[in-house]
Write a protein that binds this ligand. Structure first.
Ligand code: ADP
Ligand code: MG
Length: 698
């Protein structure tokens, strides 16, 4: 069957819901009217023609033209996936976007979110057996491919925001390129916001391209005359001055991360009140928000006040708002010129999120946000020379900036043997690939020939980094799988400690109450146990509030724990604990940590010099927020953050004997690649000192 735009229109006009048969609500019709004003609507027939003609097609259009919300619906009205027991998938690089867009589209289709329209993100599945339109992160679809390489559940797969070039989208493109050859009944739609469409087209062997002409208004660009030292205060100043002096219109400010955004929001609110300016609603927007908090950005702006000063909303966002989410009514954009981006240095094997200058393409996208509904203004907090000379033209694809160990493991599980010839749009640097293979070898996920081992198979089933998965799988051997399971879950959620500006000392006192001298992993465990106590569970929200803990993060950790536990049970990994009274309780846990994270260890140098990471020999400093009390000589860490200092975060003291025993190959000081120096000496001392006591860990 091939349907037409006209038929779809009739079906959409109701009065009954074409998919559920129930009467359509008034809200449905009011949204429908707006949907039909979107640029993509005019090209529905053109889209359907290409969709019928070709298995793969590329669809490009300005942000806000209706791609993400409308195209999947165009597909559903034609493809009728529910009639064949299939689904339509639409991937998003960001969790927030997947949730937010699914919520919106459920409203547009007049169904309950999670029924016909749902979303799936890591650790949260908002779908049911009724679902036929599923928004999901690209990472989730990649995971599904591991168990179902032909993705047989889907009749159409839409890879959205392909221009973002995330690692998962790049890998999916390479995989799906093959799947469409094997499955004649599968349709693939690549959607992208920017002008790189030629690159996608040629990658997919000249697939047809449909471009929606943008309906944008001119945006006037202002640069700062001289470079700004402090982009944050410049952003605050600019925002307040827009609000105080410019005609009606909402403001969108681009900052880089949660902390910064919350601080800026608080300052702007305070200033507006203090200086008695017109009404301004300030909304932060970043990945860690709840769906309810996110939805607030779509609230209408406040009304003008009695003095006739315009009311507006001001959204302070990470680059989520650059292309993933479209907010109507934005007239002013404040572009700091920065975003948090992944950086990876394979030589020192460290990956981190770093505040980095954006690309010219990003700057253009940001400016474009101001001209959606009327002519707008974009204030760039950098000079025009800097834009031209310092910013790179395009953002680098994530695959060139990431540790790809997890991806390599997934590909191995998928049966991709020859990674060097795997047809990626931009292949990673050979050194990056080598590092990933080496890491997986040390973790015993791959053998010396690069083949997947039993451990590798087990580890690939967890939605976790390989080191974390290996730690979890090994934990029963150390009689602490219950505890390591809790720790893994806590490491998978945002910071559980709350430290508000006005009560830092109080918050620190509370944290000290849970602190474990041997390190942060054990502190996390203390918090979790306290959280699960009867006393706390009487009113967990209140309890968290009193103890300066993030209730949402802890509940989320609890939920993640349940999901990881299910995988462990399926793999028949025993859930055991060392008795809490045993002197071995904490040692066992720390040894299990080593079994996974032995590649993330640093040693203290003599004479108060900083710590040095093993093998890569990077100078690092333990983050001041750590609860690790005494001067531990050897520490294991979870995170490496490059700020003004090279901080290691979430650290726990370990013993060199454990390193040698549990990761003999990584700590093989006879290996000629092991750098000569203090670490080697210390390991030698430890090795000679070990009169290996019998196992007897119990
Ligand atoms: P694109 O993917 O082309 O950038 P979208 O499909 O995301 O465009 O958005 C199209 C329009 O849908 C937006 O301009 C906005 O008006 C509307 N929209 C999207 N999400 C929401 C939402 N959560 N609430 C209200 N309107 C929304
Ligand atoms: Mg979109």
């Amino acid at each position: 069957h091939a349907t037409t735009a006209k038929q779809a229109k009739i079906a959409e006009d109701g009065p009954k819901n074409a998919f559920t048969g129930t009467n359509l609500s008034p809200r449905y019709f009011s949204i429908l009217k707006k949907r039909r004003e979107l640029p993509v609507y005019e090209q529905r027939q053109e889209f359907l023609d290409l969709y019928h003609k070709s298995n793969v097609l590329v669809f490009v259009g300005e942000t806000g033209s209706g791609k993400t919300t409308q195209i999947p619906q165009f597909v559903c009205y034609d493809d009728l996936p529910q009639k064949k027991g299939k689904m339509v998938a639409c991937t998003q690089p960001r969790r927030v976007a997947a949730m937010s867009v699914a919520t919106r589209v459920a409203q547009e289709m007049d169904v309950v979110l999670g029924d016909e329209v749902g979303y799936s993100i890591r650790f949260e599945d908002m779908t049911s057996d009724k679902t036929f339109l599923k928004y999901m992160t690209d990472g989730m679809l990649l995971r599904e491919a591991m168990n179902d390489p032909d993705l047989t559940k889907y009749s159409t797969i839409i890879l959205d925001e392909a221009h973002e070039r995330t690692l998962a989208t790049d890998v999916l493109m390479a995989l799906l390129k093959d799947v469409v050859l094997r499955r004649a009944d599968l349709k693939l739609v690549i959607m992208s916001a920017t002008l790189d469409s030629k690159k996608f087209q040629s990658y997919f062997h000249g697939a047809p391209l449909l471009a929606v002409p943008g309906r944008t208004h001119p945006v006037e660009i202002f640069y700062t005359p001289a470079p700004e030292d402090d982009y944050l205060s410049a952003a605050l100043r600019t925002t307040l001055s827009i609000h105080d002096s410019q005609p009606e219109g909402d403001i969108l400010v681009f900052l880089t991360g949660e902390d910064e955004i919350e601080r800026a929001a608080a300052k702007i609110r305070a200033e507006v009140q203090e200086a008695d300016m017109g009404p301004l609603d300030v909304y932060p927007l970043y990945g860690g928000l709840t769906p309810q908090q996110q939805q607030k950005i779509f609230n209408p702006p406040p009304k003008a006040d009695v003095n006739g000063r315009p009311g507006r909303k001001c959204i302070i966002s990470t680059n989520i708002a650059e292309t993933s989410l479209t907010i109507d009514g934005i007239v002013y954009v404040v572009d700091t010129g920065f975003s948090k981006q992944k950086v990876f240095n394979p030589r020192v094997r460290y990956e981190s999120l770093l505040v980095t200058p954006i690309s010219q393409a990003s700057a253009q996208q940001r400016a474009g946000r101001a001209g959606r509904t009327q002519p707008g203004k974009c204030f760039r907090l950098y000079t025009e020379t800097s834009f031209k000379d310092d910013l790179i033209p395009q953002t680098y694809p994530e695959i060139l900036l990431s540790n790809i160990a997890a991806t390599v493991l997934e590909l191995k599980k998928l049966g991709v043997e020859d990674l060097v010839h795997f047809d990626l749009m931009d292949p990673p640097a050979p050194e990056t690939l080598m590092r990933a293979l080496e890491e997986l070898y040390y973790l015993k996920c791959l053998n010396i020939d690069g083949d997947l081992t039993e451990m590798g198979k087990l580890a690939s089933e967890y939605p976790l980094d390989p080191a974390m998965a290996v730690m979890l799988i090994s934990s029963s051997e150390f009689y602490c799988s219950n505890e390591i399971l809790s720790i893994c879950s806590l490491l998978s959620v945002p910071n559980i400690f709350v430290r508000p500006n006005h009560a830092k000392q109080k918050a620190d006192e509370m944290k000290a109450f849970f602190a474990h001298d041997l390190g942060d992993h054990l502190t996390l465990l203390n918090v979790y146990h306290a959280f699960k106590s009867d006393e706390a569970q009487e009113d967990p929200k209140q309890w968290c509030h009193e103890h300066f803990l993030n209730y949402r993060a802890l509940t989320q950790a609890d939920n993640i724990r349940m999901q990881l536990k299910r995988i462990m049970e399926r793999q028949e990994i025993e859930l055991v604990s060392t008795p809490h009274t045993s002197p071995k309780y904490y040692d066992n846990i720390r040894q299990a940590l080593v079994a996974g994270f032995f590649m993330q260890v640093a040693m203290k140098q003599s004479n108060n010099r900083p710590y040095l990471t093993v093998r890569e020999e990077q100078k690092v400093v333990i983050h001041p927020g750590s609860t690790l009390k005494h001067e531990a000589e050897w520490v294991l860490y979870n995170e490496f953050t490059l700020t003004s200092a090279n901080y290691i975060r979430t650290t726990t003291a370990v013993k060199p004997e454990w390193l040698i025993e549990l990761a003999p190959e990584y700590y093989d000081i006879e290996d000629e690649n092991f750098p000569d120096g203090d670490i080697k000496k210390a390991l030698r001392r430890a090795r000679n000192g070990v009169h290996r006591s019998e196992k007897g860990r119990k």
